[in-house]
Design a binder for this molecule. Structure first.
Ligand code: GBH
Length: 469
């Protein structure tokens, strides 16, 4: 059912698990700042210690081995490696930490899959304008080159930026993520633009300088829900769905995989809204110039983070002020047949993955795909015997198998989110995504496998050994 060399993985992100926020010369990141400011995160919680993976890496490795993973996706903390964000000063202790992680993984026959940026910009760079500043692309490229140079002899799968959509929108439009800006209708487009420029610059660096020797692959991880019209036959709903897809997945995937530029319906919707509200001047959606790197073709595979599905109808703006919601003019609703699990946004719809994979195959020229995140959370009462989550993983992996077999989608791997319970951004520790439970009240942060972890291990061993049952 799955190719022999299929990647069976699980993922984490530095700020969500490492802790050690000031250890051994690490610089502060925007998430350190954001969490230490009152009112931003559930229960005033933060990632100061989190799962303490900075000190407990060996425990994580045990979890990884228990699951039988072939791949482990981790992210590097930019500010742990380069405390002020620039290569003027390298924190050798940070380099040592990640060297050990990577070497230990390889010694256990697990391939490291490395994300360079998972939401945690060095605060020093935020102080210079962060992702809103055009200069960030060159700074990111320097950081990326440093990482390729330092770790690329051993890392063959790279993700430059995780979920630019989330960074741009939640961080700069909604203010729910660091840096907590609410500059509606403008900043997110600028941030998305600079993230594409940064990603593309780093991809070109890899391609020309490192790829010939290191022979790895580089992409960016895009999150998308599966979206479909609220009423299949309704023209407005169909158009709204198309717009919604353009404003989420298309925003980044169109430039990288299809045209080198934003989806036309995205720009025309934004510009129409500007005219309507009397916003004059240049388009709020920036344009790529001749000085920018070529964006088209800067992904060696498609990295998809899939969690959930939505039905779409038109409407749902924010009145007479500029905002992305009005630009998009699409409202997302839930289908009553989808159970909501844990987080309020996570409607369980495993079949959405198959549909989205088919859509990606058809729309983005049949790329090799890695599902770089997919998971299920619990809140409230702790359940180690998490039967529902076992079902979720079984069903989702079946849908993926069908996408491969029936629809011919070139899926190369799957990463469950997450290896272990972690700091779930604005939700703090109240939402648990782990295959391993972490006891955050215990100074040892003991890890205990959930039933779903055992289930995932069973699935992996079944398919890894190539048996049919
Ligand atoms: C992923 O994003 C992240 O990459 C990962 O770090 C995180 O732990 C994981 O999800 C689980 O959340 O209701 O307005 O708060 C997935 C995409 C986009 C899903 C934001 C949740 C919340 C919207 N996420 N969304 S809101």
């Amino acid at each position: 059912m799955f190719p022999r060399d299929f990647a069976w993985g699980a993922g984490t992100a530095a700020y969500q698990i490492e802790g050690g926020w000031q250890a051994d010369g690490k610089g502060p990141s925007i998430w350190d700042t954001f969490c230490h400011e009152s009112g931003n995160v559930f229960g005033e919680q933060n990632g100061d210690v989190a799962g303490n993976s900075y000190e407990l890496w060996e425990k994580d490795l045990e979890c990884i081995q228990l699951l039988g993973l072939t791949h482990y996706r981790l992210s590097l903390s930019w500010a742990r490696l380069l405390p002020d964000g620039t290569t003027r000063h390298v924190n050798q202790k940070g380099v040592q930490y990640y060297n050990k992680v990577i070497d230990d993984l390889l010694a256990c026959n697990v391939s490291p899959t490395v994300t360079l940026y998972h939401f945690d910009l060095p605060q020093a760079l935020q102080d210079q304008g962060g992702w809103k500043s055009p200069g960030i692309a060159a700074l990111f490229d320097n950081y990326a080159k440093f990482c390729f140079q330092t770790f690329g002899d051993r890392v063959k799968l790279w993700i430059t930026i995780n979920e630019p959509h989330v960074c741009a929108k939640l961080g700069h439009e909604d203010g729910l993520h660091a840096p907590g800006l609410k500059e509606k209708g403008t900043a997110a487009y600028l941030v998305g633009h600079n993230m594409l420029r940064a990603h593309a610059t780093a991809w070109h660096s890899y391609s020309s300088v490192y790829r010939p020797e290191q022979k790895g692959a580089v992409s960016l991880a895009l999150n998308s829900d599966w979206l479909e019209p609220s009423q299949q036959g309704c023209k407005e709903d169909v158009a709204a769905t198309e717009r919604d897809l353009a404003f989420t997945l298309g925003w980044f995937a169109w430039p990288v995989f299809v045209t080198g530029d934003y989806p036309e319906i995205m720009r025309s919707a934004i510009d129409a809204q500007s005219r309507k509200l009397g916003h004059s001047g240049a388009s709020r959606l920036p344009r790529f110039s001749n000085d920018d790197p070529t964006i088209l073709g800067t992904a060696d595979f498609f990295a998809l983070n899939y969690y959930t599905s939505r039905k779409v109808k038109s409407g749902g703006g924010c009145g007479q002020t500029l905002c992305m919601k009005s630009d998009r003019d699409a409202e997302e609703v839930l289908d009553s047949s989808w159970p909501i699990c844990g987080a309020s946004w996570l409607a369980v719809a495993p079949d959405g993955l198959r549909k989205l994979l088919k859509y990606i195959k058809d729309t983005f020229k049949n790329p090799a795909v890695y599902v770089t995140e997919n998971g299920f959370s619990q809140v409230g009462l702790l359940q180690i015997e998490d039967v529902q989550r076992c079902e979720f993983y079984k069903e989702t992996i079946m849908e993926m198998a069908t996408a491969i077999q029936e629809d011919g989608v070139d899926v190369r791997g799957y990463f469950a989110w997450s290896l272990m319970d972690n700091f779930e951004w604005a939700d703090g520790y109240s939402v648990r995504f782990g295959l391993f439970h972490v006891d955050f009240s215990d100074s040892k942060r003991s890890r205990t496998i959930y039933r779903s972890g055992r289930e995932y291990a069973r699935i992996i061993s079944k398919y890894k050994s190539g048996q049919s049952k």
